[in-house]
Ligand binder design. Structure first.
Ligand code: CAA
Length: 387
């Protein structure tokens, strides 16, 4: 079988965050509820001129700079905070990234799961066309209603990935375990900017989906629990990942080794939920926060998207993988961020009201290369500061 998987990964998150201590102080609750109870520290806050498209462009740029665009014939954009109901978010990247015209774009949606579906389809595609590569981007702004129980689990970020044969970073295994059930644990009707959700139900169904997807994975000939060196989970908040890790160990009738899952949670605690990008951020966090050389290590991966579809799959770290990572760049993105006050957070949270039939200019708040300059009579205008 042809070896397929990830040859590059790159991450971006906005340069502002609100500390969960600030949120706790405002609501008059013990900060430990957030730091320990849900295991989160910061919520990434995009500016008004940042969205899933600009975050995606920032994440993808280093991959384009290093590998060029010649072999890429497909861009798959996984998001649940897309900016248009018809046009794929990826097409807005076309000029921003200097992509060639002989290329296809598709946007995929299934809550936080869709990037994993896209990854599996990408691996099958490049196996058929080994001279081609796919640029897969998972990008989301996770925004919940103010004062709701979901408020502490907001966040934003994008992970861009290059999918190819003979991967340089991670080889994706051919065996998957799948599970779908039709439930209303988290959803966003077309007329809403924020989701509706049943938090307790969502956490319960996440655990059920984990066990069912794992059982399917094992039934399909997947590895045994103790053959894995690290585990990465979809992380709406890191405490759920810890619980998932214990739950899976119980199902496998072994003692949970939390050290195999915690490295994957380091970036997430600083960023918050990034929906489709979350499990891929966990993979990056695992690879970039280990002093040990992980070459040849086996990763157990759990992807969950409310509604709900889940998948348990695996990956093997390719020797020499470190050459294809950028831990210094990623840490700089995280470390250079600025905390905002509660009032600044509220101002960022609210959208700029859109003028009917006219141009709405966005305040110049992003520090990156790309920004949403404005919306002109419902047409989104993005700019490249270097373009
Ligand atoms: N010190 C330490 N821990 C404390 C504490 C304190 N002072 N006060 C409370 N806690 C603990 C609680 O005991 C609880 O722990 P357990 O879950 O282990 O019992 C934890 O903090 C959270 O407390 P609550 O359950 O009271 O919190 P909440 O009602 O405010 O809601 C939430 C928490 C359900 C996660 C909520 O933030 C939410 O609904 N978020 C959005 C939905 C979500 O993320 N669901 C996850 C699964 S769905 C999914 O994965 C898709 C996706 O990305 C959305």
């Amino acid at each position: 079988m042809v070896s397929t998987g990830l040859s590059a990964m790159s991450f971006y998150t906005p340069h502002r965050y609100v500390s969960l201590d600030t949120l706790a102080e405002h609501h008059g609750i013990d900060p430990a509820k957030f730091s320990k109870g849900i295991g989160q520290e910061k919520i990434a806050m995009p500016g008004h001129d940042e969205d899933a498209v600009t975050l995606a462009a920032e994440a993808a740029r280093p991959i384009i700079d290093r590998f060029g665009t010649d072999d890429i014939d497909t861009v798959l954009f996984a998001t649940e905070s897309g900016v248009d109901q018809a046009k794929s978010a990826g097409i807005f990247l076309h000029d921003l990234l200097g992509l060639p015209n002989n290329i296809r774009h598709v946007e995929l949606k299934q809550a936080c799961y869709s990037a994993t579906g896209a990854l599996q389809m990408s691996c099958a595609y490049v196996a058929r066309k080994p001279d081609k590569k796919i640029l897969l981007i998972a990008s989301d702004v996770a925004r919940y209603d103010l004062d709701s129980s979901g408020e502490a689990t907001q966040g934003a970020g994008a992970v861009a990935m290059l999918i190819s044969t003979e991967p340089k970073l991670l080889e994706i295994g051919p065996i998957s375990g799948l599970f779908t059930e039709d439930i209303m644990d988290f959803w966003r009707p077309n007329d809403r900017r924020t989701p509706l959700f049943d938090g307790k139900l969502s956490a319960l169904r996440y655990m059920k989906a984990l066990v069912e997807a794992w059982r399917d994975y094992r039934a399909n000939g997947g590895s045994q629990y103790d053959e894995f060196d690290r585990f990465c989970y979809h992380l709406p908040f890191s405490r759920l990942g810890e619980k998932a890790h214990s739950h899976l160990a119980k199902e496998a009738e072994v003692a949970a080794d939390m050290g195999k899952a915690l490295p994957g949670m380091i970036y997430n605690r600083q960023v918050g939920n990034s929906y489709t990008a979350s499990i891929y951020l966990a993979i990056l966090s695992t690879l970039e926060n280990s002093d040990e050389d992980l070459s040849g290590s086996r990763l157990g991966l759990f992807s969950y998207g409310s509604g709900a579809t889940a998948e348990f799959f695996d990956a093997t770290v390719v020797p020499g993988y470190r050459e294809y990572l950028a831990p210094e760049r990623h840490r700089e993105i995280l470390n250079r961020r600025k905390a905002v006050s509660y009032d600044e957070y509220i101002a960022l949270w609210h959208a700029v009201p859109e003028a009917e039939g006219a141009m709405t200019s966005m305040p110049d708040e992003a520090v990156g290369r790309y920004r949403l300059t404005g919306i002109d009579d419902k047409k989104r205008i993005y700019t490249d500061r270097q373009g």
